[in-house]
Design a protein around this ligand. Structure first.
Ligand code: DGP
Length: 114
């Protein structure tokens, strides 16, 4: 059994979150420490610790997360664009060991990232 973490607790409603979308496959909620005017996290309900743990059978689920991201971006008014980020593992800067897509917008982002 994988180690528990804060996002699994949010999925189980054991701790609160500002949820903006939920279905049987995923949950989306505002990041507790937003790095942009809009900063939402989209997470699968399936336990997938990191991007590196994705397998072929997860392809429809991962696609669904991106469809949800695009719909949320539109609903949240990000008509000038947005940035999706997936941090994976220590070098990727991942701090919560449950796969998540950062959806950020409402300001201009630079490249390369830090
Ligand atoms: P990452 O560094 O890619 O693993 O991003 C984890 C994000 O999760 C980070 O931007 C802060 C956010 N976060 C951590 N704990 C909580 C929490 O309890 N609630 C919410 N809403 N966001 C959290």
């Amino acid at each position: 059994m994988p180690a528990d973490n804060i996002f699994l607790k949010i999925i189980r409603k054991e701790i609160p979150a500002k949820v903006v979308y939920e279905d049987d496959q995923c949950l989306a909620f505002h990041d507790v420490g937003p790095k942009a005017p809009v900063h939402v996290l989209i997470i699968p309900k399936k336990v997938i610790p990191t991007h590196a743990d994705i397998t072929e059978e997860d392809a429809p689920l991962i696609g669904h997360l991106h469809v949800v991201a695009a719909k949320l971006a539109a609903q949240l008014g990000l008509t000038d664009g947005y940035r999706l980020v997936i941090n994976s593992g220590p070098h990727g800067g991942q701090t919560v060991p449950h796969l998540h897509i950062h959806l950020m917008g409402g300001r201009h982002f630079t490249w390369p990232p830090g």
